[in-house]
Design a protein. Structure first.
Length: 174
């Protein structure tokens, strides 16, 4: 059973977070191990497994990036770690940002730091806007899976930009 089925929610990139939270709390109560202490060991083990599944599923679906990865994995769109390819034009754009990061490492300037942050903000907004209609309109139907390749690229770009932000955050503490 996938996490969406477990919570009785449709497979979507943008979900009803209130419905998710309500399903999680209902399951937390339903599968709380303390309510099954007098049951058989098998039943206790089953409830513990369901309680763990409830927590894992909620942890995944409540986080947009984890949910996105989960759906892409569910649809067999993502390759093994390290086997996914980013578009060359995107990597070309990233060369400029990576070079600016290296310059910051040798000679930190607040103005350049802020400029890189603004460039990243604009790029993130741009790549999101390019796939927003796909995210908002996604339905779990095989005939609509063509858009998943674009969403995979978005996910990979977003992860790449997150790593750049993590590198950039090291300079914030200087």
């Amino acid at each position: 059973m996938n996490y969406f089925e477990f919570f009785n929610l449709p497979v979507r990139f943008l979900i009803d977070e209130d419905a998710l939270r309500k399903a999680f709390y209902a399951n937390s109560k339903k599968y709380h191990p303390d309510f099954f202490t007098l049951d058989t060991e098998e039943k206790q083990a089953e409830i513990l497994e369901l309680s763990t599944l409830n927590n894992q599923a909620y942890n995944t679906l409540s986080d947009f990036d984890k949910r996105m990865k989960y759906i892409l994995d569910l649809k067999n769109v993502l390759a093994e770690e390290g086997q996914n390819q980013l578009p060359q034009d995107f990597l070309g754009e990233m060369m400029d940002i990576n070079e600016a990061l290296m310059e910051l490492e040798f000679d930190f300037e607040q103005e350049q730091f802020e400029s890189i942050q603004q460039d990243l903000d604009a790029l993130e907004q741009s790549i999101y806007e390019a796939v927003r209609p796909l995210l908002e309109g996604y339905e779990d139907k095989p005939e609509l899976d063509a858009g998943l390749v674009r969403l995979k690229e978005y996910y990979l770009k977003k992860r790449y930009l997150l790593r750049i932000r993590e590198n950039l955050s090291k300079f914030a503490s200087l």
